[in-house]
Design a protein. Sequence first.
Length: 326
Amino acid sequence: MNPLSRLLSWISPSAPVDPDTLAGLQRVVEVVDKVFAMTPGFDEKLAAPVGHARGYCASLIDVLPPPVDIGRPYFATDALVHALFASADDIGDMLAASAPVRDYLAGPQSRQGDHFFALMAARRTERKVLGAAMQNGIMATDVPQSLLQFSDRTLVLPAADPETARDSLRAAAFDSLLRTFAGHIELARVAYTSLQSERELERVRQRSRPADSGVNFPSRYIAALDERLRQQFESLQPDALVAELAAFLMRPEEALSLEPVQLWVTRAGVIQGENAREAGAASIRLTELTSRDRRRHVVLPVRIQCDEAREALERSRETRENMLLI
């Protein structure tokens, strides 16, 4: 019996688990550690935390804005698209660089409609510069300004319709939580191995000292290492990990959160404050995600024309071929 079948067999008919929570328990086994499926009471201890975390992830995705049209025509007409890209060519570069988009367009699902839906992610930065600006009706130079810039633009999770795209985002958000915890386990195991090596090295050093040296500090140090190893070993046992994961999933906001951001930006990318309307700035709304690596990314559901994406891929292919010929 494989681990997932064992997990299913442990779920009691008298205490049914809803399908969404059951799917979450299966992902715990697949993403975090397969040993969980062989831990007695695994499903009972994690059903409520998994359900809580899945609900939290669904609520995060539900507050994301509707898909925004991304494409060359919108660079000139949409203030948000204009702010996200330095030029219209950058849109094509992003499309061509996305492996998920290439795979999607190569499959049959791309023929279901003229558009596809995806999640765009990017890093937001503000660069301090000196520039010209109106101050009290007078044009002044060397005025401190902040330029809004975006980098590392990428597209992930393409889908044929908004509903499928949202389902994929909910699943990806929950997987992000699980990978955060899996990373924690991996670090703990590396630390345990390092402690073992440190203890063995200290034992070698102690054996190399003369018996009549009168130094007893190494013995105390080894005893302290043994105690740390014992504690680390106990924390890595399946029961302890299940309890720790349960506590982690009850606080998902500490590892995954969204924050709305509103900025007033000119066509030149200058962030404006009180004089935003006077400077002709447009209001743009962003959503920033803080994920397991603690870095912040702007995330935006988008809608893209399949033909434009195919053209971008073809241009990229032709450019690579020309470079090879040169």
